[in-house]
Design a binder for this molecule. Sequence first.
Ligand SMILES: Cc1cc2nc3c(=O)[nH]c(=O)nc-3n(C[C@H](O)[C@H](O)[C@H](O)COP(=O)(O)O)c2cc1C
Length: 187
Amino acid sequence: MLLTYSNLMNILDSIKNDLRKAIGKPKHRFRYFSMATCGLHGHIRQRILVLRDVADDFTLTAYTDSRSKKMMHIRENSEVSLLFFNSSKFIQVTMTANVRVEKDEETVLELWNRIKPRSRKDYITELPPGTIIQDPSEVGHQENIHYFTVLKLVPEKIEYVKLQKINHLRILFSRNGDSWDSCYLVP
Ligand SMILES: Cc1cc2nc3c(=O)[nH]c(=O)nc-3n(C[C@H](O)[C@H](O)[C@H](O)COP(=O)(O)O)c2cc1C
């Protein structure tokens, strides 16, 4: 069966709906995603992040510590690769995105105030993330300062792959101004 343009846009909408369902649902397969960064000299790193928000235009929100290695990579190269995998539906969603660090202090403060006190400790460690320590219980926390950072991930390309018994599906969505172009790819 050949999917029409409107079917393809339904698939793009269903990706957004699924991502939105994952926010706040700890067990949803799309709640955790991998973000790969590529710093200077082509050094690549990837790590898992929690998906915090999905805007209408597909801008994703994630939180991190401003001192983490990913921030250095992002300063060197703002293009990142994102990977979501729903293992129960055999769906892979990959994105090429540009990262913008939220600079509006009021917005950051509002989000910071919404974080549960026990989760805030992730952003207030005395030593920066990645510092060598002798014992995990050694990690100290600061009272009056935080390194909470809001990342806005703006996808330029979204690729959807669904493995099926008959005809696997692979679709590429490319941002074109305020809308999206779409085409099938050989899976
Ligand atoms: C389930 C899970 C969720 C995580 N969520 C986040 C997150 O939302 N933000 C974050 O900065 N790190 C998160 N981490 C830790 C990162 O995967 C990573 O280890 C850390 O951010 C340091 O990465 P970097 O040194 O490449 O910057 C999470 C790890 C796991 C296992």
